[in-house]
Write a protein that binds this ligand. Structure first.
Ligand SMILES: Nc1ncnc2c1ncn2[C@@H]1O[C@H](COP(=O)(O)OP(=O)(O)OP(=O)(O)O)[C@@H](O)[C@H]1O
Length: 326
């Protein structure tokens, strides 16, 4: 079942700011990244899906429901982790998550049990009776995740879940989201301006820019194999580069890697012969895959609808990363 489907969705704030513009997209089950620079329209998108904001024009369906009409039902089936800190400092995590469970319609005892269970899933079981005000940023993010999970939703909407976390905290949060998606079978839409981060855990990506759809695809379709061989030796990289150039190959260095166009099978033979003759420890020799960020860096914008001749879509600057999307 399609989780989210929008048709020409547009949202303007006070006739001045266009946060979403003619956005037509579908989100299928799995872990899906909604990526875009700050201000691209991700939070607006989520709030419309939850029925917290109405669109200016266009339609949205979430789990087959229209959030402008069935907002309450949508919110009972969807968990939401907001971007900003919204936690009461003088309540314990157990009290707060139980309260949120009650707000979602769970009976008192069930809400208490589910709160303990979800706090265990997010790794806060031992700390659950401490006041939230004394928690670290990472712990607060986990409380926000627990309250989104407490009513056992079919879909989680997470707005910048790694905000404010250090690298280890980010890794832990991403691992937790991945586990929720794979082990619990709950679909997740993760909003982030950090493309390199979400691509690690997502099955599919939806990229938006200035409220418009940039690209929507399965991750596997985005990481296509290229006609370039990537070579890594533990030592003697420069020596090998020189030898391959002598052999007539066009060699490009990329950090510790050497990149060589794959012309035919003879290219493999030339490389293996050079490595053997120089007696170098070969660490890796494989066909390079595009990284997702490279695709965003070099491909022109694909408008959702054909652009008006008078208003051509602006291509992305070749060879640069999109501003703010890291
Ligand atoms: N309540 C509002 N009133 C006016 N403009 C708004 C409002 N909320 C958002 N905007 C504007 O709409 C645009 C999209 O904002 P939105 O918060 O949806 O983007 P975002 O991708 O979630 O970015 P961020 O991660 O920085 O929140 C921005 O230009 C923002 O300034």
């Amino acid at each position: 079942m399609t989780l989210i489907a929008t048709q020409s969705l547009t949202k303007t704030y006070g006739n001045q700011v266009t946060a979403l513009s003619d956005l037509t997209v579908t989100v299928e089950p799995g872990i899906v990244g909604l990526v875009g620079a700050n201000g691209a329209g991700k939070s607006t998108f989520i709030k419309i899906m939850l029925g917290l904001l109405g669109p200016t024009s266009g339609q949205a369906r979430v789990l087959g429901l229209d959030p402008t009409v069935d907002g309450h039902e949508v919110r009972t089936r969807v968990g939401y982790m907001p971007e900003h800190d919204c936690l009461p400092p003088d309540l314990s995590a157990a009290e707060f998550v139980t309260h949120m469970g009650r707000m979602s319609g769970l009976p008192r005892t069930i809400a208490r049990e589910r709160a303990s269970e979800t706090l265990r899933h997010v790794g806060l079981y031992e700390e659950r009776y401490r006041q939230i005000g004394g928690y670290s940023t990472g712990m607060k993010q986990r409380v926000k995740l627990a309250q989104a999970l407490v009513h056992d939703p079919d879909l989680l909407l997470l707005d910048e879940p790694t905000n404010g976390l250090d690298p280890a905290g980010r890794d832990a949060m991403l691992a937790l989201i991945e586990r929720i998606g794979t082990e619990f079978g709950i679909s997740v839409l993760v909003c982030s301006h950090l493309l390199g981060e979400v691509e690690r855990i997502c099955d599919a990506l939806v990229a938006i820019e200035g409220g418009r759809l940039l690209r929507s695809a399965q991750l596997s379709d985005m990481t296509t194999v290229t006609e370039v061989l990537s070579i890594e030796v533990s030592e003697g990289t420069e020596e090998l580069a020189a030898r391959l150039t002598e052999a007539g190959l066009s060699v490009r260095a990329d950090g510790q890697l050497l990149l060589v166009p794959l012309l035919d099978d003879a290219t493999y033979d030339l490389i293996l012969t050079a490595v053997a003759e120089l007696d170098l420890p070969l660490h890796r020799l494989d066909q390079r895959r595009h990284r997702v960020a490279e695709l965003f860096a070099t491909e022109p914008t694909q408008p959702a609808e054909p652009a008006e001749p008078s208003q051509p879509a602006e291509p992305a600057a070749a060879g640069t990363t999109r501003e703010g999307l890291q």
